[in-house]
Design a protein around this ligand. Structure first.
Ligand SMILES: [Zn+2]
Length: 100
């Protein structure tokens, strides 16, 4: 994500993904206080919707396959992780900040 004023990179993905940095931060180059633009909010809504739908899909699949409880619990815990990571990365890549 670039700063809208100085055009420098504001934040690295791993720092961005931690806590509230995604929505509010300060540019490390020009010290401007920044807040997320609408693409970030859309990205979050989309990402969590996809993860939720994936969970519903897995639960439906579980009823058909009749696998063991442990395996289905493991699948439920693991499948949403790459979806959330991918959605978060795309949001970071294409989202942006605006001046507060
Ligand atoms: Zn800046």
């Amino acid at each position: 994500m670039q700063c809208p004023l100085c055009k420098q990179k504001v934040i690295h993905f791993l720092s961005w993904a931690k806590g509230s940095n995604a929505f509010k931060t300060t540019c490390q180059s020009c010290q401007t206080k920044l807040k997320a633009n609408f693409i970030v909010y859309l990205g979050f809504i989309f990402t969590f919707s996809m993860a939720f739908l994936a969970l519903i899909f897995i639960l439906e699949l579980k009823n058909e396959i009749k696998e063991s409880w442990l395996i289905s619990e493991i699948i439920k815990s693991i499948v949403p992780v790459p979806l959330v990571f991918l959605g978060g990365f795309l949001t970071w890549k294409f989202g942006g900040y605006k001046k507060q």
